[in-house]
Design a protein around this ligand. Structure first.
Ligand SMILES: NC(=O)c1ccc[n+]([C@@H]2O[C@H](COP(=O)([O-])OP(=O)(O)OC[C@H]3O[C@@H](n4cnc5c(N)ncnc54)[C@H](O)[C@@H]3O)[C@@H](O)[C@H]2O)c1
Length: 445
């Protein structure tokens, strides 16, 4: 691509004239679409789920923290959704935000990424910017996305490698969304960008620079892919560390939360992580295993990841043991006990159930013969998902005395924990939600 053509495309980004296509209108793609739209870009959302496309075009939202008004505002700025990939051709940039889960063998499942790339490849054009934001192992952009794009477009377009080369520009730029985090504004989260060519990186920096205060260019897509994994592995390993220390502290009669609160007063070299009932969400329980899988190709074992996984995966079982011990004090067993699970979401104040430890806890309780109910204002019903089949409906938060135990799995802010403890026979608190409440009914774990 000539220097003039690159400058022209950058100018389109900077002046918000560029048309942005975002593929995958989920927890990542939809907020991103609204962010671009809020900055006066013309945005088209692509999704294969007709339910989502129809909802968005009707000005509705299917994510609790995104209000329908936000969708309607975006519509005024030209936002619309579609399942028609032929519209990709009209976009100046296409950002891919589709799922990257693990399959049943705990290996990367890139089928959503490859499916998307195969669908868009026939519609790409010269000078277009294609960005992958889905979290994945280092090498995905170069080894998977680029060959599919090059093989799948009828114009024989190539991905640019050197400055000035004609073709499509391909970039990896990890998403750093933290659902429910109200303290850091989305545009204040720096955006890491790694391009297959300097032109690709420059164009992506111009686009993201229009909505993020800081863009951090790195030398390649692989560096950007590894950056995201380092961030998530760092969290996964540190959460495992506090989960293990919590178990030791319990044996020693020390409150791990008091320890963490004291340690975090150190103004350098310490970052607080908190123990809990196990990992949840689309990222932390999954992403590290993308790297361990890739590492095997290099005869390398990622021991920290495996060990952290072992500790974190065991946490729901630890909660069950603590519940059993608590019931035992009341001369009861799990079998036949009525247990209320409080909070299903994988973390506080969000409507996301993916990989939530509550699902494992409910299944373990049912296997042991407990009569399980749940309360979570974010989920009126829970049917079945990739790894669970619950078929339950939300139970009102009254008459708590009917349950042999209440297990706090998610510490939603709306719960009145004092009242919950007062009305319950036994409370198993996995989140330190009852901090400051003194009662022999509470088992903190
Ligand atoms: N949710 C988070 O907090 C978060 C944070 C950082 C990174 N990520 C990463 O971002 C990516 C997306 O995650 P998410 O939480 O938004 O997932 P999601 O499941 O909420 O949304 C993905 C969307 O993609 C759509 N989709 C799937 N295949 C498609 C295709 N071929 N064409 C068009 N649409 C398709 C689905 O219908 C869905 O609406 C993942 O790689 C995830 O690891 C997520």
């Amino acid at each position: 691509m000539t220097a003039n053509r690159l400058a022209e495309l950058k100018h389109k980004m900077e002046t918000r004239e560029a048309r942005i296509g975002i593929v995958g209108m989920g927890y990542v793609g939809l907020p991103l679409a609204l962010l671009f739209s809020g900055e006066r870009f013309h945005v088209t959302g692509f999704d294969i789920e007709a339910r989502k496309v129809n909802a968005l075009n009707a000005g509705d939202s299917y994510i609790v923290r995104i209000l329908p008004q936000a969708i309607q505002e975006a519509q005024k700025a030209g936002f619309r959704a579609t399942s028609d990939y032929s519209e990709i051709d009209q976009m100046d940039a296409v950002i891919i935000c589709v799922p990257t889960p693990l399959n049943e063998h705990h290996e990367p499942d890139l089928s959503y990424v490859t499916g998307t790339v195969k669908s868009i490849a026939p519609h790409i054009h010269e000078g277009q910017l294609i960005v992958l934001e889905s979290t994945t192992y280092p090498g995905t952009t170069e080894e998977v996305v680029v060959p599919l794009l090059e093989a799948g477009n009828p114009l024989g377009l190539k991905v640019t490698r050197a400055p000035g080369e004609p073709g499509v520009h391909v970039v990896f730029s990890p998403e750093r969304e933290d659902p429910g985090n109200e303290t850091v504004a989305r545009h204040d989260i720096p955006k890491v960008v790694g391009g297959c060519s300097p032109d690709a990186a420059e164009l992506a920096a111009a686009m993201y620079g229009a909505i993020f205060r800081r863009v951090v260019p790195v030398s390649s897509p692989s560096v950007a892919e590894m950056t995201k994994l380092l961030e998530n592995i760092y969290r996964c390993v540190n959460i495992a560390l506090v989960n293990e220390l919590k178990q030791l502290c319990m044996k020693m009669g020390i409150d791990i939360h008091e320890v963490i609160d004291a340690a975090k007063t150190k103004p350098f070299g310490f970052h607080a992580f908190y123990p809990g009932p196990g990992l949840g969400g689309h990222c932390i329980p999954i992403d590290p295993f993308y790297l361990s899988w890739k590492a095997r190709e290099f005869d390398f074992q990622t021991r920290f990841i495996e060990l952290a996984g072992e500790v974190n995966i065991a946490m729901p079982y630890f909660v069950i043991d603590q519940l059993a011990a608590g019931l035992n004090e009341h001369s009861k067993s799990i079998k036949g006990s009525k247990v209320l699970v409080l909070g299903l979401a994988y973390k506080r104040d969000i409507d996301d159930l993916r990989e939530s430890p509550s699902l494992t806890i409910i299944e373990l309780l049912r296997d042991k013969g407990a009569l399980v109910a749940y309360n979570d204002p974010y989920f009126p019903k829970v049917g079945h998902g990739r790894h669970y089949d619950l078929n339950m409906t939300n139970t009102p938060l009254d008459n708590l005395g009917q349950y042999d135990a209440v297990v706090i799995v998610t510490d939603h802010s709306d719960y009145d924990y004092k009242a919950i403890v007062e009305q319950s026979l036994l409370v198993v608190d996995t989140r330190n939600a009852t901090k400051g409440i003194n009662s022999p009914k509470i088992v903190r774990c």
